[in-house]
Design a binder for this molecule. Structure first.
Ligand code: C2E
Ligand code: MG
Ligand code: MG
Length: 600
């Protein structure tokens, strides 16, 4: 019994030993495996670290790490290359110190850093390079929590964005400023005004807008070239800028238009004083290509909230006031007044009416003022003078609508209408007398005048020798060579050319031999006091003598009494025209007059 028991015990022991041995062997195998695993993960870590370092060194950004106290524990080699600062001297110092900012905001920003790859706002900070230059860097960060540590530390990148920010600032500047003068441009002006008008200024501290337009700038550009024009504009900007105060804005609004916005307390006297200074400054000579050139400035003023509270309105009102300053003789200033707006509204209505009148053909008419030979007072011809029978107004004279037609471009259509109708009417006369037609200087620029005249003659059948065109000297002033060519072509058609209102402009004698005129019409302002002023008489005598010497007909306009006519007769003037002899007559009345003359 003992034997089998011992045998069983031995068997159990052997089994146990085998088990222990097997377990030990398994453990040893496991340990071996762990060892290998540890080794390979160490190698992987080293490889990862090496990769990180390579990337960190190759990246254009620098990489930083701070501990839980926000002190720098690591700076990639790139840091030194970018900043020129030695990494070693920054290790252990707060990141806020390096980034030149208060520690609290940056530390708060860091502690809110995510641990995952979530999107997160970056932070732009300034730092100083080794040579003391201020640069801007954009930092991004991530919180790191390692298993063995309870606290977080932070790792991130820093990109130097100084050039990017500067380029953005340059772009922003370009989009807001005028490239030539460096002043604010239209966009900037509009934004500035919108900002100011959002919080409406009090009436005692209005926002004052000066719309400044240069006078006689275009001739400089045309005669001396764009470089000269640019030089003058640059200098104008400088002079205007000298008159601004801290909060004021000076903008270039267009070619030769500037806008100055004044904020602060400005009384009307202050504004008057400023405008006086501005116009005086602009009037001073400009040195261009070693010669002095002169311009002027007209200024229109509108104020918020008094005149308008909207940007567009304010700009428009300042422009209306500017227009009045120009009308008042330029180189001066005008404050906006409500009547100006009313006048503009009225003008717009008149423009619409004139368009309609030109299309309907029953409101415009021509009156004819006869002119007479001085010696026997025979009828020598008649001048066509346009009138407008406005549906709601009286009969309007040309002074009421010719300037408007010139400004709106309607003068082309009006000019053709006058030419055609004057030629057609002259064909109805019982005497083959010449008809005179006045031309606007603009008809020389906007239209093919020679073809228009030719068509009017062809359509009516009027011989060219019975048509006389009256031109003022402004035609020659505006484009001397162009005028010479056109006048020669007109003359070649066989018609007569007359210089109207002679004596009122430059009355240059060179016009008389350069251009092919047949007649000189002495302006009525010389005739008005001919009988009371010896000087006037001397001038009229001189013009008459000149005309005679150049074989030109001399006509005196505006003869209003016998005394004037007597003097003109005595001094050898050739023709006369004026209320004393006949007022302008409706077409039928002139026709009757001509018939009576024939009958007589
Ligand atoms: P203008 O060509 O010098 O015409 C003479 C103007 O003097 C006319 O005025 C005439 O009525 C006025 N007049 C004539 N005799 C006397 C007088 O004895 N005393 C006074 N105080 N005035 C006299 P109107 O018809 O008002 O024309 C004014 C100007 O309008 C004209 O001056 C001419 O420059 C322009 N005009 C007239 N008709 C036309 C036209 O069909 N086309 C263009 N472009 N201009 C025209
Ligand atoms: Mg005339
Ligand atoms: Mg005249």
């Amino acid at each position: 019994m003992v034997m089998p028991l011992l045998g069983l015990l031995g068997l159990a022991l052997a089994a146990l030993t085998w088990l222990v041995l097997r377990h030990a062997m398994a453990n040893a195998r496991l340990m071996d495996l762990s060892y290998h695993r540890l080794e390979s993960s160490k190698a992987a870590l080293a490889a990862s670290e090496a990769r990180f370092r390579d990337v960190a060194e190759a990246a254009s950004d620098w990489i930083w790490e701070v501990d839980a106290d926000y002190r720098i524990t690591y700076l990639s080699g790139r840091f030194e290359a970018v900043t020129g600062l030695p990494s070693s001297s920054w290790l252990g110092r707060p990141l806020s110190e390096l980034l030149n900012c208060d520690s609290q905001p940056i530390n708060d920003w860091l502690s809110s850093a995510p641990r995952t790859n979530t999107d997160r706002a970056t932070l732009d900070c300034h730092y100083q390079t080794v040579v003391g230059h201020q640069r801007i860097c954009r930092i991004a960060s991530r919180a790191i929590r390692e298993e063995m540590r309870s606290d977080s530390h932070y790792r991130g990148t820093a990109s130097d964005i100084t050039e990017e920010i500067e380029a953005q600032a340059r772009l922003q500047h370009l989009s807001q400023h005028d490239a030539l003068t460096g002043l604010a441009n239209r966009n900037h002006l509009r934004e500035f005004l919108e900002g100011k008008l959002n919080n409406l200024p009090p009436i005692e501290q209005p926002l004052v807008m000066l719309s400044i337009d240069l006078d006689r700038f275009k001739p400089i550009n045309d005669a001396l070239g764009h470089a000269a024009g640019d030089h003058v504009l640059h200098e104008v900007a400088r002079r205007l800028h000298e008159c601004t105060r801290g909060e004021d804005l000076l903008a270039r609004h267009g070619g030769d238009e500037f806008v100055m916005v004044l904020s602060g307390t400005y009384s009307r006297e202050n504004i008057d004083h400023l405008c006086k200074r501005l116009t005086e400054k602009i009037k001073q000579p400009y040195l261009v290509e070693n010669q002095e050139v002169f311009i002027g400035a007209s200024i229109g003023i509108a104020m918020a909230p008094q005149d308008a509270c909207q940007v567009e309105e304010l700009l428009r009102y300042a422009d209306l006031a500017l227009y009045q300053a120009k009308v008042a003789g330029r180189n001066t200033w005008r404050f906006y007044a409500q009547e100006m707006n009313e006048r503009i509204v009225e003008r717009r209505q008149l423009e619409r009416d004139l368009r309609q009148a030109l299309s309907q053909n029953d409101q415009l008419c021509l009156h004819y003022q006869p002119r007479y030979r001085i010696d026997g007072l025979q009828l020598a011809g008649a001048e066509a003078l346009v009138r407008w029978q406005h549906p709601q107004r009286n009969l309007l004279g040309p002074d009421h609508f010719i300037p408007l037609a010139e400004e709106t471009g309607l003068i082309g259509a009006l000019g053709i209408w006058v030419l055609r109708n004057a030629c057609i009417e002259a064909m109805r006369w019982t005497q083959p007398l010449p008809v005179s037609v006045n031309l606007s200087p603009l008809q020389f620029r906007c239209c093919d005048l020679v073809s228009q005249v030719k068509s009017a003659l062809d359509e009516s059948g009027l011989p060219a020798s019975r048509l006389e065109l009256e031109i003022t000297e402004s035609v020659m002033l505006e484009d001397a060579e162009g005028a010479r060519v056109t006048l020669k072509q007109l003359k070649a058609l066989g018609l007569h050319l007359s210089m109207d209102d002679f004596g009122t402009g430059y009355s240059s004698l060179s016009y008389l031999h350069t251009y092919p005129f047949d007649t000189l019409k002495i302006d009525r302002s010389f005739i008005a006091d001919l009988d009371v002023s010896q000087d006037r008489r001397a001038i009229v005598q001189a013009i008459t003598g000149l005309g005679r010497a150049l074989s030109m007909t001399v006509t005196a306009e505006g003869v209003e009494n016998q005394a004037q006519l007597g003097i003109l007769q005595a001094d050898g003037c050739y023709e006369a025209q004026g209320y004393y002899l006949s007022r302008p007559l409706p077409a039928e009345a002139l026709r009757s007059l001509l018939s009576c003359e024939v009958d007589a």
